[in-house]
Ligand binder design. Structure first.
Ligand SMILES: C[S@@+](CC[C@H](N)C(=O)[O-])C[C@H]1O[C@@H](n2cnc3c(N)ncnc32)[C@H](O)[C@@H]1O
Length: 287
């Protein structure tokens, strides 16, 4: 009998330990994927592509109750309406191996490309591939529409990578790690060389903001504004949306990360607002 590789069940392969706040993020992603694929599947895009730069092994296990949940790449792969191409990237060979084994059971297995490398390198292979698809002339069809889920643990996502994706028609869902910044900023500020925070923001402006702000909470708000402004400068809508972002907190109510959404279309923004109106516990959010 087939193993339940594509079901939210233990299949004996590697899983990622997960806390509640990750479940919340995946819930937003799942509902957004449904809305996005349902609305966009039959439009005139040359192809619909899903890009997961920090894919993980494909399944997660709750630390408190051992419940199993599909991780982001399997959520994308198991929607009712499929993408044309899937790009799954992870630095960890064990994750990629488990993910490949799981995905081999999908009817869309031949649509997947795996990259076992740093996503900040892999992004160039992916965008070249998509540009190749865009170049083929096909009457009446629009260039590819891409959705990228960028879910690092900390500050591993370079701004240059976001810029590279933004050269294509790519909607973004980004895990913006407030916790990562909070932990590393006091160290990085003392380092005159390029740090992962400089690469994360794609500039050194964060240093002045951090130094000049009187209290940390103000600094973090302004830094998020900086990130949103940088997205806006790439052509994404909604630099005024900071207050609307889902902010994930831990059980002690400390802020962990924001889920930043970026789209060049009003419809994309509308979908995201619809999805984030309520959280995984069914609570309505006040915008
Ligand atoms: C937060 S987890 C992603 C979880 C995944 N989205 C899910 O739903 O299960 C981050 C993943 O990124 C991988 N990773 C860390 N640094 C990376 C990098 N520079 N490039 C690609 N993958 C990386 C880790 O191995 C880990 O699996």
């Amino acid at each position: 009998m087939d193993k339940p590789y594509l079901e939210a069940q233990d299949d004996g392969l590697l899983m990622r330990p997960m806390k509640d706040w990750a479940a919340e993020k995946l819930d937003y992603l799942e509902r957004y994927l449904d809305m996005f694929t349902t609305a966009m599947r039959n439009k005139k895009w040359r192809a619909l592509n899903y890009i997961d730069l920090f894919a993980g092994p494909g399944k997660c296990q709750h630390e408190n109750n051992n419940n199993v949940q599909l991780g982001s790449p399997l959520l994308a792969l198991t929607r009712k309406k499929a993408f044309d191409h899937y790009f799954f990237i992870d630095l960890d060979p064990d994750n990629i191996q488990a993910l490949q084994q799981r995905c081999s059971q999908s009817p869309y297995a031949d649509r997947i490309q795996y990259f076992r490398k740093d996503c900040n390198e892999a992004v160039h292979c992916i965008t070249e591939e998509i540009q190749r698809i865009n170049k083929r002339y096909i009457e009446d069809l629009w260039p590819c529409l891409n959705l990228a889920f960028l879910d690092p643990e900390g500050l591993e996502l370079d701004w240059e990578t976001v810029e590279t994706l933004a050269q294509l028609r790519t909607d973004l869902v980004i895990h913006y790690s407030q916790m990562g910044l909070q932990r590393y900023m006091p160290i990085a500020i003392e380092d005159p060389n390029e740090t992962s925070i400089d690469r994360f923001f794609g500039c050194r402006d964060w240093r002045n903001i951090y130094k000049q702000s009187q209290d940390n909470s103000r600094a973090y708000g302004e830094l998020l504004n900086l990130y949103q402004r940088n997205l806006y400068n790439l052509g994404y809508k909604g630099k005024d949306e900071v207050g609307r972002l889902p902010l994930m907190r831990n059980t002690k109510n400390a802020p962990l990360y924001y889920l930043v959404y970026a789209s060049k279309s009003d419809l994309g923004k509308k979908f995201w607002h619809e999805v984030t109106k309520r959280n995984v516990y069914g609570q309505q959010r006040l915008f």
